[in-house]
Ligand binder design. Structure first.
Ligand SMILES: NC(=O)c1ccc[n+]([C@@H]2O[C@H](COP(=O)([O-])OP(=O)(O)OC[C@H]3O[C@@H](n4cnc5c(N)ncnc54)[C@H](OP(=O)(O)O)[C@@H]3O)[C@@H](O)[C@H]2O)c1
Length: 434
């Protein structure tokens, strides 16, 4: 790949940089001209960032994708092979999914080209292998847009925080879930907000990847590799969906001075790695509670530097495109990232935090005694029992909060409680972040 440099003026006395030979701009092919791909093209065409030239757009059925604002020189193609075999320097993969996107990325790297991608799934599952391939073939792989869209968390870890030892990650990494939960906090029902999110293009027709926690899990796995320096199989992180949260939980959360957010957290402590994704109670004073709508937030806790908080637009064509173009500029200007070696690891640790447990029961005498007995058997201490008035006896929600305990012990207690006749549904167990 040729190294691109900004064209220089010959009028001033030549600086060291100006004395370098002037070379051609990076030739860029966008693979996938959808929300992000078209926004990247817009920025390249409108802002004309130095050292970058859009030369190819690849998409299936490409004729319907053509736009009149792109230069005539751009080649529009539906032949991936031809574009991969062309003289482009960089493939910008914005089609998404594991395949065929993964195949295009491998082929490009094999050919010594560089790749920029926003594809969190591909990087979470195959990032280590692809980075090795890039290094072996002399190309670069950059994916600053893969986590938290337009918020430069990955470049910050690779550059500004490289001198610290990051021990904990906490984040709101999925804008769709944050939109749904922050609307539910205002009183809306899950189904209504999901519908709204789909109409506004925040949620897919099949929202499982987002609401099931799989999208946030991929992003957490990427952050764990870069920040905690431990490469885990994303499937070891078992996500909890947000679909079980209802209006009553927000009402109880408020009584506990909390709200509910989908949080992704990971920690490396004493050689153990813990990681989890799911809806959690967050204190109203926590920055995580301030994040609303489709915003994302990431808090990185360093051994030396303490907490650093990032927030902003975690998704959307333009914010994500900014991250992609910034990666392209870093490439064109030869920015070297700090090498951050990671080691393979397992998610074996458990967070010891307080929990919020909401039961829905057909009320009768002795229920509380049976629940406290099952918790006591696992040596779990109750912090509070809260029951709001105004609910029918046959479907009565009430909440028990417990002192910090291991999730596995609580799971055993709840499995036994769930078998009680009076339980109308499986108890809802949420971690509480303090
Ligand atoms: N949107 C965001 O806010 C956001 C934020 C961060 C990261 N990302 C990531 O960015 C990537 C792109 O997301 P997006 O929202 O831009 O998706 P999108 O709007 O669905 O665009 C994907 C584009 O790729 C094309 N494509 C998909 N599969 C293809 C195939 N097999 N062959 C040829 N073309 C194919 C699609 O063509 P059709 O029109 O024919 O389907 C579409 O034009 C994904 O990895 C996503 O996770 C997105």
């Amino acid at each position: 790949m040729s190294e691109a440099k900004v064209p220089v003026s010959s009028q001033a006395a030549p600086t060291q940089r100006e004395r370098k030979p002037r070379v051609q701009p990076l030739r860029i092919a966008i693979f996938g001209f959808g929300t992000v791909g078209s926004s990247v093209a817009r920025i390249l065409v409108e802002s004309k960032p130095a050292g970058l030239e859009l030369t190819h757009v690849f998409n299936r059925g490409v004729e319907r994708k053509r736009v009149d604002w792109a230069p005539e020189s751009v080649v529009w193609s539906e032949d991936a092979e031809a574009v991969l075999a062309s003289d482009v320097d960089v493939i910008v993969e914005l089609a998404g999914g594991l395949d065929p996107a993964g195949e295009w990325v491998r082929r490009a790297l094999e050919a010594g080209k560089s790749v920029i991608t926003a594809n969190k799934k591909l990087i979470a599952f195959h990032g280590v292998e692809l980075e090795r391939l890039a290094a072996a073939k002399g190309g670069h792989l950059k994916y600053g847009a893969a986590v938290a869209g337009g918020i430069p968390v990955i470049p910050a870890i690779e550059q500004g925080l490289a001198g610290d030892r990051i021990q904990r990650i906490e984040g709101i990494l999925n804008g769709t879930c944050n939109f749904i939960l922050s609307k539910m906090e205002e009183g809306a029902e899950y189904a209504t907000v999901l519908d709204q999110a789909q109409q506004r293009g925040y949620a897919e027709a099949d929202p499982t990847e987002d609401v099931g926690g799989f999208d946030a899990r991929s992003k957490l796995a990427i952050l764990m590799r870069l920040a905690l320096r431990v490469a885990v199989d994303p499937e070891e992180i078992v996500p909890q969906p947000i679909t079980t949260i209802s209006a009553v939980d927000f009402s109880y959360a408020r009584d506990l001075s909390c709200t509910i957010r989908q949080v992704a957290r990971a920690e490396k402590s004493g050689g153990e790695v813990s990681a989890t994704v799911g809806p959690m109670l967050v204190d109203l004073r926590s920055p995580l509670a301030w994040s609303r709508g489709t915003e994302n937030m990431v808090i990185l806790s360093g051994h030396y530097g303490g907490d650093v908080v990032f927030s902003g637009h975690g998704a959307g064509g333009q914010p994500t495109a900014v991250a992609v173009v910034s990666d392209l500029l870093a490439l064109a200007h030869g920015s070297q990232r700090v090498e951050i070696p990671s080691t393979p690891g397992r998610v074996g640790g458990e967070f010891e935090v307080p929990h919020y447990i909401r039961f829905l029961v057909d009320d009768r005498p002795g229920i509380v005694a049976a629940i406290t007995g099952a918790l006591a058997k696992e040596e779990i201490n109750i912090r509070a029992i809260v029951q709001k008035p105004g609910y029918p006896q046959h479907a009565l929600p009430f909440v028990v909060t417990v002192e910090p305990c291991k999730s596995s012990a609580l799971k055993r207690a709840l499995a036994s409680i769930h078998t009680m006749d009076c339980m109308r549904e499986e108890p809802l167990d949420l971690q509480m972040l303090e």
